[in-house]
Design a binder for this molecule. Structure first.
Ligand code: HEM
Length: 416
């Protein structure tokens, strides 16, 4: 009976995470336990008071519960390490991404938007996610590695081959499938493609100083100045982590903003000329459809949350979707309303965390928000936008994030 329940939960959760959570929200259940395979009776938490409790609890640790992403990011990427090691590795990277004036990001995003949009044709339907992915991948390769456009074709090809080798997220969760029986088997192919990407990036460490603005060059400079202890191997993994997390997320997030504006007939309002209003639309889209549905904390010792015992090894999921749709904290949470981020007070941090929360908050957050604002402005400038379908945009799982269904199919009619 227990096994049947676990399998039923898993099927519902993996097929449609928002739908799974909507069922709980409908009955006012924002904090609950669920048996999911590998999660060991995980506790979902959506009430701000309990989320605060989780974040303050020293026995609930980030990184620990995300070991399954290690084959993609390496064993010492920020997302999988914890404690003092995590904070000291994070500092120099955070310094780069949290600088207030990031003209280089703006320049690169504008340049690559121009490049990729040359292939678009007016009145022809295209998937926004795919379009934005091209722009954000070009940008992040240049920004992180300092590699210029004429060399992008090579790393694009290698990354594409690698990503295709793990299109099914099954590999992520089912460890027994991760067996290397040579390159004819899926896992063997995955390792081969990963090695090709790794070697390509490794060969670029020597030339990193050629563009001193790149993240890689700045990390190498910090290392040379004795401010950062990091091996060449970990530098490569660090770059891979930034390349993987730094393009798909922003691309899907930007597509969500446009789809919500179109769903609500808001894509042609005068207010969108203002960067401040566009920012409110972006924040509201990230509230309404948080791409990372929950973050993960794992108990390193028995502890208690909201009166419930959490045993060592069990996971707690501070859940952005539940918090963002909590009726006690948002008026009409199921309505897309950018106005809530303009008037009045911003939501308290534990009711709004599309980029995570606490000491592990997304290191690329300012970069992503800035880039999404540019992508939105440039997209609206293409012409009169329209969705390919009349139906309300639904969400679809894309690897570990939630994306608009079919990549957000739209077209534009040129205004000139
Ligand atoms: C809209 C876009 C993005 C969203 C919604 C997003 C969301 C998140 C979330 C929820 C976390 C997890 C925090 C936790 O575990 O508690 C995270 C971590 C992270 N993100 Fe992002 N992210 C975005 C863009 C980016 C970009 C552009 C980069 C890099 C250029 C990036 C790099 C990272 C890294 C390295 C971490 C791990 C941080 C750590 O553990 O210290 N992300 N992100």
């Amino acid at each position: 009976m227990q096994l049947f329940e676990t399998v039923r939960n898993a099927a519902s959760w993996y097929r449609d995470p928002y739908g799974f959570l909507d069922q709980r929200i409908a009955v006012g259940n924002y904090d609950f336990r669920v048996d999911l395979p590998g999660s060991n009776a995980a506790m979902f938490v959506g009430s701000p008071e309990l989320i605060d409790e989780v974040i303050r609890n020293r026995n609930l640790v980030g990184g620990e519960g995300l070991r399954f992403v290690q084959p993609f990011t390496g064993p010492r990427a920020l997302i999988v390490i914890s404690g003092a090691e995590h904070q000291s590795r994070r500092r120099p990277i955070q310094k780069v991404f949290f600088q207030s004036d990031d003209r280089w990001m703006i320049e690169l995003t504008e340049r690559y938007f121009d490049l990729v949009s040359r292939d678009l044709t007016a009145n022809r339907v295209f998937p926004l996610v795919r379009f934005y992915e091209q722009v954000t991948l070009h940008t992040i390769i240049d920004y992180v590695l300092g590699v210029k456009e004429h060399e992008h074709a090579a790393i694009f090809r290698l990354l594409k081959n690698w990503m295709q080798s793990f299109e099914s997220p099954l590999w992520l969760f089912l460890k027994p499938l991760q067996r290397n029986f040579g390159s004819l088997t899926p896992w063997g192919r995955f390792l081969r493609e990963r090695e090709a990407v790794w070697n390509w990036i490794h060969s670029h460490i020597q030339n990193a100083a050629s563009d001193s603005r790149s993240v890689l060059a700045r990390l190498v400079a910090d290392r040379n100045a004795g401010k950062l202890q990091i091996s060449d191997e970990d530098l490569v993994w660090q770059c891979i982590e930034l390349l993987l997390f730094g393009h798909d997320t922003t691309a899907c997030g930007s597509a969500w903003v446009v789809m919500h504006l179109l769903d609500n007939s808001m894509s042609r309002t005068k207010e969108l000329d203002s960067a401040h209003y566009r920012e409110a639309c972006i924040k509201e889209a990230l509230r309404y459809t948080p791409m990372v549905v929950h973050v993960t904390r794992q108990a390193v010792a028995d502890t208690r949350i909201g009166g419930e015992t959490i045993r060592k090894g069990q996971k707690v999921f501070p859940c952005a979707y539940l918090a963002h749709h909590h009726r006690d904290h948002y008026e009409r949470p199921d309505v897309f309303d950018p106005g809530r981020f303009i008037a009045g007070n911003p939501p308290p941090r534990s009711s709004y965390f599309p980029f995570g929360i606490g000491s592990r908050i997304c290191v690329g957050m300012p970069f992503a928000l800035g880039q999404m604002n540019i992508l939105l402005r440039r997209t609206l400038d293409l012409g009169r936008l329209a969705k390919a379908s009349q139906e309300q945009t639904r969400a679809q799982r894309k690897f570990i994030i939630m994306a608009p269904e079919k990549g957000g199919l739209v077209s534009y009619e040129s205004l000139s």
